[in-house]
Write a protein that binds this ligand. Structure first.
Ligand SMILES: [Mg+2]
Length: 267
């Protein structure tokens, strides 16, 4: 059973802090209380901290702007988007020529990372949250997936994305459409896959037990943390309620009302 607020001070001894964004750091356009102070403390204590999102329709630069509009004063290195472990995998496996289903913003990020985005003779199909999808591109992707063992990966597979007016199809929705035509499913790198945390821990040389994941969703943030072997802390400021956690088989190591409760521990 989760250790509701006992030994919360243990969390101050971690070296790496991973934070989910929506529901954890902010809700829509409202930053939660205590976040600015907490980040300041982590910075002064020379801790490493990262903000995570699966939303690959936006580039790192887009997220940098969004976070700094809240006066968080962070840099690119503080942001982990689902395209980052994906790009890490592509580089480690020497993929160069890519058929990327993604926004112009994401394509720009891939080009800056040195990839050749092409429809002619690609080596792999990479599916992201492509909000500029056309039927023509779906047709081309379908043909590729019918070539035997053609490599196919996705930044993340959220089925739908919440907007102010309702849900819209996310990368998982697009993958479902391709599956109907080809019966192929991609390998995935974003939440809830542990690669999203492990590629960064490997880069900075910190072992999972010295890291903690904060998030508001059990079935993405918390399960990812458990699989990666990091300490997990569920915040009740987003999607999950105490009742939902009690009914779930998944138990985070810690449960707090919101990120602000951490401030007292650092004092
Ligand atoms: Mg969230």
């Amino acid at each position: 059973m989760a250790n509701h607020n006992h030994n919360l001070s243990e969390l101050t001894e971690k070296l790496v802090y991973f934070f989910d964004l929506d529901g954890t750091i902010y809700l829509g356009n409202k930053l939660f209380e205590g976040v600015l102070d907490l980040i300041e403390i982590l910075r002064n204590k020379k801790k490493k901290f990262y903000f995570l999102s699966n939303n690959s329709s936006k580039s790192t630069t887009d997220y940098l702007k969004k976070l700094n509009n809240f006066n968080l004063d962070v840099s690119r290195e503080n942001i982990i988007l689902s395209q980052h472990p994906t790009i890490d995998y592509l580089k480690k496996n020497n993929y160069k020529k890519i058929f990327l289903m993604g926004t112009q913003s994401l394509k720009e990020e891939f080009r800056q990372e040195g990839f050749d985005l092409t429809e002619e003779d690609p080596e792999i199909l990479v599916l992201a949250f492509d909000q500029e999808l056309t039927y023509d591109r779906l047709v081309k992707a379908s043909y590729l997936l019918q070539k035997e063992d053609f490599p196919y990966i996705a930044t993340h597979l959220d089925n739908r994305c919440p907007t102010e007016e309702g849900y819209i199809p996310d990368a998982g929705g697009i993958a479902a459409l391709l599956y109907k035509a080809t019966e192929r499913s991609p390998r995935v790198f974003g939440k809830p896959n542990k690669e999203m945390l492990l590629f960064k821990l490997e880069q900075v040389g910190v072992s999972p037990e010295d890291a903690v994941m904060f998030g508001d969703r059990l079935y993405t943030d918390i399960i990812m943390g458990i699989k990666a072997g990091v300490t997990t802390c569920c915040v009740l400021s987003g999607e999950m309620t105490m009742d939902m956690i009690n009914k779930s088989e998944l138990k985070p190591d810690f449960i707090i009302n919101g990120i602000w409760e951490l401030l007292n521990e650092f004092k």
